[in-house]
Design a binder for this molecule. Structure first.
Ligand code: BGC
Length: 498
């Protein structure tokens, strides 16, 4: 329970910060990358064309349509499998420097394995990359953005330790096929969501509920898979292709609810569990100390002979540490954090009771849509989060690979404009005031698309897509003009200095 006094303090703190806040009017550096993002299953469609086999999302939406709010699926989605040239033309018009998209594993490897490479699948992405190149748009390629071949899901997916080799073999095929033209690779999108969504809360396929147990197992395998894919690039491709490989991590910003020392400690604890869970092994060689200690201690109290958090061997730690060429981060919102008394032992366990703090968003913060109860508009966290990353992971070069806001499809989307402007302003503050090395920012998304368990009910696009129209016509919203101005002037106010 959050005390009224605390909420009052927190609201006062944030409201006064927000009220006095002046939008940053310093121009972004000339090499700063402004871009947009999408992912394969959310936009491509063409679900059974040219040799593509079903992914876990095809399987789930076809066998359990009620899994998605409007019982929709990605069979056609934005039809970008056929309309990618139009998408690139929109981006060109907008003046973006990069486009982040993902590859469909089952379009490239229909069995999930490299025994059979699907040439039309390879050709699709080659054509897309060529189109981007012709238009001077840099591709940022995510190898896996949540759509796993169902054939691999049937074998246990991320719970099967062999996923390490499956990912590595698939990544090698991708580097080989596209690596001459791709300089920025991302192994996974939002590592944490794959495990939390798939095996913790169960809101993504395979929809298993096993908080605090299987989600840790999934993460353990995923980290090893990322590391192996990074090393393959490093050893076999880097010298010739000269690109960079990273993984997209996601975190909200967390801010102490008061200036009490225990709330500050609680805030660090959440960040170690939310971001450090993946970032710490990659940057510092193991899970964060606080995470290891808490889960081990709670597991003991539950009567378990060992911790629910698996341990890395020394060899594995060494293999994972350093597998980053830049820091890729998705962030959407902020929370206030307060310390609470030990939540006691839960049966079954939950990861949030392992974390053992209370995080909340005051009612006074602006809502996005009714369905997104996790997502209020709180852009000031952007700066705090970037600063935290700088401090804990040795001042890496950072790109924000996703940031954006949902609504029900307004064409006059002023909320989206202020959301992007304010996030960019706090990001610019972090660069100037705190010396955080941010080199890019990416809006989610260029076009409205299939929003996972929410289907087509939540819109994130700078462009509207008419999903009732077989042509899937794209139309610019007001925010598309705004973002075009940002991309072309590198300025978020009417007039910039320097
Ligand atoms: C995911 C996207 C998703 C977006 C909005 C991110 O977590 O990477 O695929 O559409 O959030 O929910």
């Amino acid at each position: 329970m959050v005390s009224t006094r605390l909420v009052f303090f927190a609201c006062f703190l944030i409201n006064s910060l927000a009220a006095d806040y002046v939008i940053n009017n310093k121009r972004f550096p000339s090499d700063f990358m402004f871009g947009v993002a999408t992912s394969a299953y959310q936009i491509e469609g063409g679900w059974n064309e040219d040799g593509r086999t079903p992914s876990n999302w095809d399987h789930m939406t076809h066998t359990r349509p009620e899994f998605v709010k409007d019982r929709s699926n990605g069979d056609i989605a934005c039809d970008s499998y056929h309309k990618f040239k139009e998408d690139v033309a929109i981006m060109k018009k907008m003046g973006v420097k990069h486009y982040r998209f993902s590859l469909s594993w089952n379009r490239i490897l229909p069995t999930g394995f490299p025994d059979k490479i699907n040439e039309p699948g390879i050709a699709y992405y080659k054509n897309l990359i060529k189109e981007l190149k012709t238009n001077n748009i840099v591709p940022l390629v995510t190898i896996h953005h949540w759509d796993l071949p169902q054939s691999l899901q049937n074998l246990g997916g991320f719970l099967n330790a062999s996923i390490v080799d499956w990912v590595a073999d698939y990544a090698r095929v991708c580097y080989k096929a596209f690596g001459d033209d791709v300089k920025y690779w991302l192994t996974f999108n939002e590592a944490k969501q794959i495990c939390m969504g798939g095996f913790g809360f169960g809101y993504y396929p395979p929809a298993i509920h096993s908080e605090g147990i299987l989600e840790y197992v999934c993460a353990h395998n995923l980290l090893k898979a990322h590391a192996k894919a990074w090393h393959i690039y490093d050893k076999e491709f880097r010298a010739k292709q000269n690109g960079k490989v990273s993984v997209v991590l996601d975190s909200s910003a967390y801010i102490p609810a008061s200036n009490k020392p225990e709330d500050k400690v609680a805030t660090d604890t959440v960040l170690h569990f939310e971001l450090g869970w993946f970032a710490n092994p990659i940057y510092n060689g193991d899970y964060p100390e606080i995470m290891k200690t808490r889960v081990a201690e709670r597991s003991k109290r539950e009567g378990r002979p060992k911790s629910r958090l698996p341990e890395f061997t020394e060899e594995e730690k060494a293999l994972i540490k350093g597998t980053h060429d830049y820091f890729a981060m998705n962030t959407y919102t902020s929370y206030l954090v307060e310390s609470i008394p030990d939540p006691g032992i839960q049966d079954p366990p939950t990861r949030w009771s392992d974390i053992g703090v209370n995080n909340f968003q005051p009612d006074t913060w602006e809502n996005t849509t009714m369905e997104q109860d996790w997502f209020k508009i709180a852009p000031w966290g952007m700066r705090t989060l970037l600063k935290w990353i700088k401090y804990h992971y040795s001042n890496p070069e950072i790109i924000v690979t996703e940031n954006g806001v949902c609504d029900y499809g307004d064409m006059e989307d002023d909320k989206r404009i202020s959301y992007i402007r304010d996030n960019l302003s706090y990001l610019r503050d972090a660069m100037i005031e705190d010396g955080v090395r941010v080199f890019g920012y990416t809006v989610w998304s260029i076009i409205d698309n299939f929003e996972w368990q929410h289907g087509y009910t939540q819109k994130y696009g700078l462009y509207q897509v008419d999903f009732d129209d077989p042509k899937r016509t794209r139309r610019p919203k007001k925010s598309a003009d705004f973002y075009k101005k940002v991309c072309t002037t590198r300025c978020i106010t009417d007039k910039c200095v320097v």
